[in-house]
Design a protein around this ligand. Structure first.
Ligand code: PHE
Ligand code: ZN
Length: 879
């Protein structure tokens, strides 16, 4: 691999390309090692471009076979061709046709970008810059072209040939064993949305009739034998199509919609126009192999990719700095879809958990960046929780601030005004400002400033004046390259609970910026005054998590316990318990570091008993409440001098106390209802609650627990129950875990999505002796380093889901992951650099561990042939 000196690309340097490519015809003759691509580009000079301006096309590792201009071979002196560039020094002044023939080797493509093979299937991945690995092109999202693709292959190799858009022609090539198919996509699109597939795949078909009565042929393509695992994905697709019509008035626009599932994929899935390509773990779902979480993920990812058809494809990004324009918005849309399909409060809780687990630490460390970055060296490293999840939060705040009607009006205007364009965040925001008749200049800061705002809360009640004064102050802690920040607009939903637990009427003074149940914090410090407050209320702040911020609010334990039981906002009821548990875990972790006995607070332990037995609550909600803040959550809240062993000990102690104290109630809660499996949210919630109860029992480890878990494992009728029993056995080192691991392997060795879970369970075991097992597993015959899912299931889940062993005081965990990063980097830089981001919070560790982590990072950095992806991450981690 070449060593790359990466140049920083800056948003402020954006300039339109000097040429346009109005349409292209691609002819792709598929062959395992020598696929020949003939691209016919119809090129026009931009209005402001002087005749004769050189045309520079992007390439990446290409082998050029020939160039023609308007049908005549190009004069070799008039072009410069390297694997990474094709320059026409003096192109024709008038529109011309440039024909380029390249040869690519799909079988040797281990990066899984461009044209590659996954289990024999030819497939492509072009976002962000993979199209240039297929042919030379202006490979940037503001070049929109109409594509016609002819694909040719041996019939026996690839009986199925798929492209973007609608099928227009297909047939055999007489006298050969080959055939072809031609696909035409009438919608101009950027090159990153190009895709083709060729392979021997089975199709599951259905149809959908759009609101205006057009019939769309739907198909999901999978490996033969997997047809029965597509029902849920197909059902999710049809529900997504209907939902987008009903919620946003958006109809599908082609005659066909195809989904292909492949087993080797760097990311989750890809929204190529009319031809979505998926990591198969987000398509295939069967009760025996998929958990309830997998079902929810399939539903969400199918929806996400489908929704991109309007937010991403019909309207795309001008440049890659605008990535959140499509991703943040589309995540918001898929979250809303799932909320409508399932329980809205439970969905909100799990989204916020995810945000805090992934985005908050990113935003507090060396990899922090604004939702719309201003500079990058490798765009692949910006498919982050900040762009996706915080990006979605920003859209959600827009809706919160403007209200549902103005929000919808703004969306309508966006589609109407920018359909067919490659546009920007400014243009997006302008639609909302106009539709709502407001100014969003300050709101735009959410896209510009990195870091999680911290809101300090000061609350005083005057009995005499019957007044409550709330003073909120906002700040963002300094980050590398960002010392000072301006105040954001922050919507803070709230309520005041009276003694009876009911919400009081909110009567703000005219000077207070309160609308309905929302304070709008705009200044650094602002006071909001509520009148007619008869008695000291209990404050419920940041209901529904109305903004992605942290609160610094010294609320009393008594008030939090009250909120945990009485708040009318379920999100904040859950949050109150989490806050109480976090405080207690931080206290216990402090004790653990001083080798004191760990004695969890009795009141808090009791409070969990009410959640366990309150049958009026949704089981899914109870499961969320019983799920204590994770070790990573505690580490993040501590922010410095983190000792993962102390945190682990603290969390175990609290869980154990709950398990012992409420033993019999938990035994009752852990019962399964014995009904036939259904993947719906209600049934999944029951299972989540029962398994959460079981996990507390597992930590308590009263006599009979191991047997109970082993029976649960043996008798499980679905993967959710089976894998959670296995995890509890293995993570608590209980008798029967070896037998269960062996039984699982025996049953699922040929089902790779299930085997990923088997590796993951072992990789995340928080035990001293787990490390040897994990390193030994890298030599297991089923551990295939070339498969991203398998790699993530063992190595990534170790690095991100096993804090005591990854951040082990010996440094062995860091070394293991660093070795893996170096080994993978040559083959698949994207996967390697993603794995390396697991070091991002190293500075927050206590000093011995931090020093060891730094050593591992320096060792990576000392390699001089790192990929651009990994170089970028290691440099930023060390900056
Ligand atoms: N655009 C994809 C999505 O979020 C993610 C992706 C990015 C996939 C880059 C592959 C490569 O829907
Ligand atoms: Zn997306």
């Amino acid at each position: 691999m070449r060593s790359e000196t990466a140049v920083a690309i800056r948003l402020e340097d954006y300039a339109p390309a000097p040429y346009r490519i109005s349409k292209l015809f691609l002819d792709v003759k598929l062959a395992p090692q020598a696929t020949v691509v003939t691209a016919e580009l119809h090129i026009e000079r931009g209005n402001a471009t002087k005749a004769g301006t050189p045309l520079e096309l992007d390439g990446d590792g290409l082998e050029l076979e020939g160039v023609q201009i308007d049908g005549f071979p190009a004069d070799p002196a008039a072009i410069t061709a390297t694997p990474d560039k094709l320059v026409l020094h003096s192109p024709p002044a008038d529109p011309f046709v440039l024909t380029i023939r390249t040869r690519v080797n799909p079988e040797a493509n281990t990066q899984l970008m461009g044209l590659y093979r996954s289990s024999g299937t030819y497939c492509t991945q072009c976002e962000a810059e993979g199209f240039r690995r297929i042919t030379y092109f202006l490979d940037r999202p503001d070049i929109l072209s109409v594509y016609t693709t002819r694909i040719e292959a041996r019939k026996s190799d690839a009986p199925i040939l798929l492209g973007n858009g609608n099928p227009s022609e297909a047939g055999d090539i007489p006298g050969t064993d080959r055939h072809y198919a031609i696909w035409h996509d009438p919608f101009p699109k950027p090159s990153y949305l190009f895709a083709l597939v060729g392979g021997d795949l089975a199709a599951v078909r259905d149809t959908f009739t759009t609101s205006s009565g057009r019939s769309v042929d739907l198909a999901i393509y999978v490996e033969h034998g997997r047809e029965n695992w597509c029902d849920w994905a197909m059902d999710s697709l049809k529900r997504s199509m209907r939902w987008d019509e009903e919620t946003f008035g958006l109809e599908y626009d082609l005659d066909v919609f195809n989904i292909v599932a492949v087993s080797d994929f760097n990311m989750g899935a890809m929204e190529n126009k009319g031809l979505n390509i998926f990591n198969d773990k987000y398509v295939l779902a069967d009760p025996q192999t998929a958990t309830d979480q997998d079902y929810a993920n399939v539903e969400a990812v199918i929806a996400h990719e489908y929704f991109h058809n309007w937010t991403g494809n019909r309207i795309t990004c001008r440049d890659w700095f605008q990535l959140c324009l499509k991703e943040g918005l589309t995540v918001f849309r898929d979250q809303e879809f799932s909320s409508d399909m399932r329980s809205r409060p439970v969905k909100r809780i799990s989204d916020v958990r995810l945000l805090k687990a992934h985005q908050f630490p990113e935003d507090a460390g060396p990899l922090a960046h604004p939702v719309r970055p201003r500079t990058y060296r490798e765009i692949n490293n910006f498919y982050t929780a900040t762009v996706y999840e915080k990006g979605a939060e920003v859209v959600r705040m827009l809706k919160t601030l403007l209200g549902p009607d103005s929000f919808r009006a703004g969306m309508d205007l966006y589609f109407q005004r920018h359909d067919g364009e490659a546009t920007t965040i400014e243009a997006f925001l302008a639609c909302f400002a106009e539709a709502a008749g407001t100014d969003l200049d300050q709101f735009a800061l959410w896209y510009e400033q990195a870091g999680t705002p911290l809101i300090k809360v000061d609350c005083t009640y005057s009995e005499e004046n019957q007044e409550l004064r709330l003073t909120l102050s906002q700040s963002i802690p300094p980050l590398p390259g960002q010392d000072e920040t301006d105040p954001n607009v922050i919507p803070v939903r709230f309520g005041l609970l009276g003694e009876d637990g009911k919400d009081m009427d909110l009567v703000p003074t005219p000077a207070s910026d309160v609308s309905g149940d929302m304070m709008v914090l705009k200044q650094r410090t602002q006071t909001f005054t509520l009148q007619n407050v008869q008695a000291r209320p209990v404050l419920s702040l940041l209901r529904r998590f109305s903004a992605p911020v942290r609160l610094d609010f010294d609320q009393s334990k008594q008030d939090l316990l009250f909120l945990a039981q009485r708040d009318s906002d379920p999100f904040n009821r859950w949050q109150a318990t989490q806050t109480l548990a976090t405080r207690e875990l931080i206290r216990l972790a402090g004790d653990a570091r001083q080798d004191k006995a760990l004695l969890p607070d009795v009141k808090l332990v009791d409070a969990f008993g009410e959640t366990i037995s309150d049958t009026t609550l949704d089981p899914a909600f109870r499961a969320q409440t019983l799920d204590l803040p994770s070790e990573a959550d505690i580490a993040r809240d501590l922010g410095k001098d983190v000792d993962p062993d102390a945190i682990h000990a603290a969390r175990q102690a609290l869980r154990k106390a709950i398990g012992l104290q409420h033993h019999s109630a938990l035994i009752g809660a852990a019962q399964l209802d014995g009904e036939a499996f259904s993947p719906d949210a209600a049934a999944a919630g029951q299972r989540a609650f029962a398994n959460r109860a079981l996990s507390l029992l597992a930590v308590a480890d009263e006599p009979g627990t191991a047997e109970l878990l082993k029976t649960r494992f043996d008798m499980a009728t679905n993967m959710t129950d089976r894998i959670s029993a296995l995890l509890m056995l293995v993570h608590n080192g209980l008798h029967g875990s070896e037998a269960a691991l062996a039984a699982f392997l025996n049953r699922f060795q040929d089902t790779s999505l299930a085997m990923d879970k088997w590796f993951m369970v072992q990789a995340t075991a928080p035990k001293e002796d787990a490390f040897d097992r994990i390193t030994a597993l890298t030599a297991h015959p089923l551990f295939d380093k070339t498969n991203p899912n398998r790699l993530r299931s063992l190595v990534q889940s170790f690095a991100t889901g096993n804090p005591t062993q990854f951040s082990h005081a010996s440094g062995r965990g860091f070394d293991f992951v660093a070795d893996m990063v170096l080994e993978i980097d040559n083959r698949n830089p994207q996967v390697a650099s993603r794995l390396l981001t697991s070091f991002r919070s190293w500075r927050a560790l206590e000093e011995n561990r931090a020093a060891l982590a730094k050593q591992a990072l320096l060792r990576i950095s000392a390699e001089d042939d790192l990929s651009r992806d990994t170089r970028d991450i290691v440099d930023r981690c060390l900056q």
